[in-house]
Design a protein around this ligand. Structure first.
Ligand SMILES: [Zn+2]
Ligand SMILES: [Zn+2]
Length: 468
């Protein structure tokens, strides 16, 4: 009866949360600049009687909202940053709202709002029927640069949690039983000596060093563990061809199956950078921008979240939703649709529907995807359960204009309320009758982390690139 009350409450009150997700979608803000989204969520939570801690981890747009007392402490994780260059109307042709503006192509307008909806529903319920325990909503900025939660984790924000729950907008209803890659984001800076290019023998080119470093890294590819990924861009290649560049820089993403592998890879890449500096008589330094852990799957919590679908029921989409999905999918070539499905191990699933309403059957082991998330960091501090729900059509890849359109449409909003229900019911069960599940989740966590303490992959003095 109580679970049904929560589901009903979320149905009855969904308009205010759809309105919030819509407003955040209409005001897209990139990593560390999410002032509007953070304020919107804080205001509603405060109005609903939550106590708020701001500036968590020295991030002006990070906050924690809490109600209740004592253990268990259940964390619900939200995000709200947008992506640069993905501005798009809620339409089926590519049409920017603002030229080169940001857009919610990863659906974080929905991600955070579902968490807010879930905790407000829970508070409403437990006020009438009090229990011992704490519900916390974490407003986490800057997921798209893989570091908001890392800075919050470094400050100890997740340390006293008994577990955390999260979700991500997707193209299916499923538990996230796959690992993500660990990652180090690092920029290398070379300093040489400028000279007129016609007397280049007098100069020492920082750009030469960057190019030699990148060549060295490309040769390294053959000698790394399978699943390792090395990506780079040149962030500064000099000013003009007739000036030997005295400053040049290159920015790397290093990925691997886990933290240990990425740390070892990083050591080798540092040697390559030093070699390039030696060859060109330049100096090199580097700055670590982000360091995310791989996602440590917790089967116990995933099973708990999966189970809630029985009380929540299937998603429902209208003919209009289907027509919108169909038209959007037509704008994608079949290869990118197929690759999008393959990336999430969904190939061959949902071949006859564009908007899945039921959950995909439970798989305990889903392998690994190449991408990374700072959710990985939290999953090495406390057990984390995660699901995805249908917020866009099958085959639409994240980080595309089609995804931005979907996440601002009724399809996205329906998927968001569905996720809010799954999260609210899971947290309810943990608070009311979750002792055994929590013990099991913790035992599984200890086994998977082998008892190793979480050590942030960013140095203790690294500051987030926030505007002050
Ligand atoms: Zn993303
Ligand atoms: Zn995302």
């Amino acid at each position: 009866m109580s679970k049904q009350h929560l589901v009903q409450w979320l149905d009855d009150h969904k308009d205010q949360f759809v309105d919030m997700a819509k407003k955040i979608w209409e005001t897209p803000e990139i990593a560390f600049n999410e002032n509007f989204a953070s304020q919107e969520q804080q205001s509603l939570l405060e109005a609903n009687g939550f106590s708020i801690i701001t500036n968590v981890g020295d991030l002006p747009t990070a906050f924690v909202a809490e109600f209740g007392t004592g253990h268990p402490i259940i964390g619900i994780l939200g995000e709200y940053d947008a992506l640069p260059g993905l501005s798009q109307t809620v339409g089926v042709v590519k049409e920017e709202v603002h030229t080169n503006g940001p857009g919610h192509g990863c659906g974080h307008n929905l991600l955070g709002t579902a968490g807010v909806a879930a905790v407000i529903a829970l508070k409403n319920h437990f006020e009438a029927d009090p229990i011992v325990g704490t519900i916390r909503y974490y407003g986490c900025p800057a997921e798209e640069v893989l570091s908001g939660k890392t800075f919050m984790a470094r400050a100890g924000a997740f340390n006293d949690l008994d577990c955390a729950l999260s979700w991500h907008p997707g193209t299916a209803n499923m538990v996230s039983n796959f690992r993500t890659s660990a990652l180090t984001s690092v920029e290398f800076f070379f300093t040489g000596r400028t000279a007129h290019a016609a007397t280049a023998h007098l100069g020492r080119s920082a750009l030469d060093a960057v190019e030699l470093m990148n060549i060295g890294a490309n040769y390294l590819r053959e000698h790394v563990i399978d699943g390792t990924r090395i990506h780079y861009t040149i962030t500064n290649g000099g000013i003009a061809p007739n000036i030997v560049p005295d400053k040049a820089s290159t920015w790397y993403f290093l990925r691997g199956a886990n933290r240990v592998q990425v740390d070892a890879l990083f050591e080798r890449v540092i040697k390559i950078a030093k070699g390039a500096a030696l060859m060109t008589e330049t100096e090199v330094s580097f700055e670590i921008k982000a360091g995310a852990y791989d996602f440590n799957v917790n089967d116990t919590l995933n099973q708990l979240m999966f189970k809630q679908r029985e009380d929540v029921g299937p998603l429902q989409f209208t003919k209009k939703d289907h027509a919108f999905a169909e038209a959007l999918v037509q704008t994608l070539d079949p290869t990118s649709r197929e690759n999008s499905q393959r990336m999430l191990a969904l190939l061959g699933i949902h071949e006859n529907t564009l908007l899945p309403t039921e959950f995909i059957s439970y798989k305990t082991l889903g392998g690994s995807i190449g991408g990374s998330s700072d959710l990985g960091d939290v999953s090495w501090i406390t057990p984390v359960g995660q699901v995805g729900t249908t917020c866009s059509a099958v085959g639409i890849p994240l980080h595309t204009w089609q995804a931005t359109a979907s996440f601002g449409s009724p399809i996205g909003f329906k998927g968001m309320i569905h996720a809010a229900k799954i999260i609210a019911l899971s947290a309810y069960e943990l608070l009311v009758d979750g002792k055994e599940v929590l013990e099991q989740a913790k035992a599984e966590f200890l086994q998977s982390t082998k008892g190793n303490a979480y050590i942030p992959a960013i140095p203790s003095d690294t500051k987030a690139p926030v505007l002050v």
